[in-house]
Design a protein around this ligand. Sequence first.
Ligand SMILES: [Zn+2]
Length: 54
Amino acid sequence: MSASSVEEPDELLAAAEARTGLSCPSCGSSHVAQVLGDNGGISYVCTACGHSWS
Ligand SMILES: [Zn+2]
């Protein structure tokens, strides 16, 4: 049995969280994911409270 071809969104988000090493300025959570911003820059979103910033 192999599920290696299935990309779980949760796993991708967890990987993104692990790379940031940041804390949410709103709630202080370390569950911060790095995302692409509208202008091609980098933004961050807290997966705990939903706060986003760049
Ligand atoms: Zn937060």
